[in-house]
Each structure stands twice: as structure tokens, then as C-alpha cells.
Design a protein around this ligand. Sequence first.
Ligand code: G3P
Ligand code: MG
Length: 448
Amino acid sequence: MALPGRPKVRRVSSHDAQLNALNLRSPTVIVPPQYLMAPSDANETAAAMELARHEIEDDATADSSPLTPPTSTVTDKFAFAFDIDGVLIRGGRPIPEAIEAMQVLNGKNDYGIKIPYIFVTNGGGKTEEERCVQLSKQMDIEISPGQFICGHTPMREMAAKYTTVLVIGGEGEKCRQVAEGYGFKDVVTPGDIIKHDPDTTPFRKLTEEEHQNSRKRDFENTTIEAIFVFADSRDWAGDQQIILDLLMSKGGKLGTRSETFDEGPPIFFSHNDIVWSASHDLTRLGMGALRLSLEAMFKAVTGKDLVTTAYGKPQIGTFEFATRLLKQWRKATHGINEPPETVYFVGDTPESDIRGTNEYNKHTDNRWYSILVETGVYQPGTTPKFTPSATVPNVLDAVLHGIERENQRQQKLKFQQELNTTGGKLQEFALLSPSPNTEKSNPLDAAV
Ligand code: G3P
Ligand code: MG
């Protein structure tokens, strides 16, 4: 839908979406084919978030956009942010309750309201646009790339600092494409290095396709300024060998060895999840495990500590980015230059989702409320390392919990307002009435 005074948002079928069509940088919503004729209930949130995302990526627009609220059927009071793996998707398939959870957010609830939402995942290895097409197909819902924050999304800001970078992880050439899309000018892959010198990795040979895709380059005259692990490595042994070679090099020149082992390029990981929830019944090793193993190997080989940096959850920057997006969305759709009063973050991993939400809640003026689900990394019956505001079986329960909490909160606020206007005459009634706050058992929520 076209929002007054803002650019039109294209609607592209999830079946026809081509990467090149998505890379045009014009605001786009991905639409399951059955909704192409008429926008679905999810369209308004998807389109408005997409515009807000384009605006925050162009700072000037974000600062100058006027506070002229158009009509919106979506509440501005609260929003949801969803982790993906273990909350909405597991092993490429939607978690059954996830579809209904989205329907509830898009109006099928007791109050007839629509609630805005975004996706904050540590996963990556594809562009935000590709992830959007994938999730739209998996969940059969209209979604925009603007609603997506991946672990590697903030890495785009490093493109201004580093020119020649090594990019690790993901399928085939995908991470090179993501990095180039973020503006990195000269992107090297492990494939390029192995093509140049196959002896680099004694146990890894390039396939014919990899050999063709890998670029021929002159590594004698190449300085790799930084290493970015964009997605999970598909070949730990080969990738770790190449990373270690560079970390131990003189200033990022392959084939050299530093004597002090402190001249190598910096290394950045798009997240730090040691395990994650995939199709296997038990959790699988993730990027955080690669990071740990690299640090241990560097120490074993050089005797020195390796300094590494991770993005994604639980890093505060990820939550700050989400807040900027929600703030811009609220400003543009409701004319209020503040983020929603409460953001419900639904996650399955205490160490990244719950920890990040709780930490960020301490730093911010609005309320970030963490909800832990039992469909992913967290094992029901155990004590999570970081205590959530609430624990529920699945994402549908999480959505219903948030909506009910908001309902009670609004009732409480209304009651207080009435109390103020009647000059305290309702005080006696208030003392006799049951408290509208039913969450007293949870100390984190003593103040709503
Ligand atoms: O590799 C992806 C994984 O570590 C976590 O993804 O969606 O649970 O943040 P998500
Ligand atoms: Mg998860």
C-alpha cells in the first residue's frame, strides 16, 4: 500500500523474485502469489518497515522526515521482534504455531488490532533480500527485506573502513555477493586463495564449479586488511588454515609470517552462537564454536591471545539498530519520534536472545521484554543462564502473552488516569479491586 507522502513500495511475488530485481534498492515487499491481486493483512507492516529501513539507511531523510502521521491500522504502542531459528523455523520448515502467531499479529486477535514486527536473526550467509524471499515462502506471508536484521547487517558500515577483505562462510559465492552488496570494494574468498596456490589446504580441493567461480588474483601484491566471517564455515579445516595464515602474517600478506604475531588483520564474526537449533533433535555447532576453536589454535601455535570481535545478538549494537528501525517506523506511521513503548523479543537461545534483550533493556528508555520459547536451543526444565521476563512453550504463546500483558498494562494506565481526573475518589475501589498486574510472580516485571 502507498503511504501518504512516501514512495510507493513494489510488490514482488516470492516465486518470481530474482536477486537482480531485489538489488535495485527500491522499496519492495515479497508477496506469496495468492496475495498478489490484493494485499494481505501483513502488507501494511511489511511495507511501512521497508520504507523506514530505507529512510534510516539515508540519515538525511530520517532526520528531516516530517511528523505527519498518515492513517494506520497498526498499533504504535508495542512491537514484536522475532529470532528465526528455533522460534519460527527449524531445519528449513516453519514451527507449526508460527503461522498462527503471524496471523494473530496481523489482526486475528481478541482486540482486532494489528501489531508491528521485525526479525532479528544471527543467521546469515544470504542477503537480507534473499532471506526475506525464503522466509516469505516458508511462512506463506508478505514480508519486506526492511523487516530483517541479520547478524552481518551492521558489517556494512565497515565497508568504508576496509577495502580488501577476506570473507568466510556460506554457500558458494553467496557471502562474496553479500559483502559486495554492502559496499566492500575488493572481496577475497578462501576459493581465490586455494585457486592461486592449491598447496594452501592439503586436504581441500576445489570442485570444478568452485574453481570457475574463484577469482584469479595476484596475492604477491595483495594486502588483506580485515577478515569477516559472514556465515558458518562449510569447511572448518581449510578455512581455519587460511584464517590462521593471515592472523600470523605480516600485515595481511599471504605467505609472510610475523615474528611477533601481532601484525595480522583484525577478525570479525557476524555472531557468537556456540550452538543453534537446526533439523537435528540436538543442537548443532555454530559460528561461536569456530571462534572459540580459532582462539585456542592461535594460542597453541603462537602462545598469544587472539583478539576477536563478534556482531549479532547479544551485542547491544544489534538491538540499537532494531530500535532505530522501530523509531523511524513509528515516526513515519504515527508521527511520534520515539520507539514503541515496549518491544517483546521472542527467542530460543538464552545466551544471545535473552541476554541481549535484558542487557539492552538496562540501557534504553523503552521496555525490552524477553520471552524464551521451548522450541529451540533452550531445553525445557533446565535453568536458563539468563533469566527471561517470561518463558512459554512456543511463539504463538509468546505473542498471546505479549498482547495480554499490553491489555492489562493499558487497563492499568486508564485506571490511573481516571483516578487522577476524579481526584483520588476511586482510591477505595482501587484498594478493593484485584490488581490489574498479574505478573507479580516475576520480579523482572514488578514495574511495567
Ligand atoms: O546460524 C544461525 C544461528 O546461529 C542462529 O539464528 O535466527 O536463532 O538467531 P537465530
Ligand atoms: Mg534462535
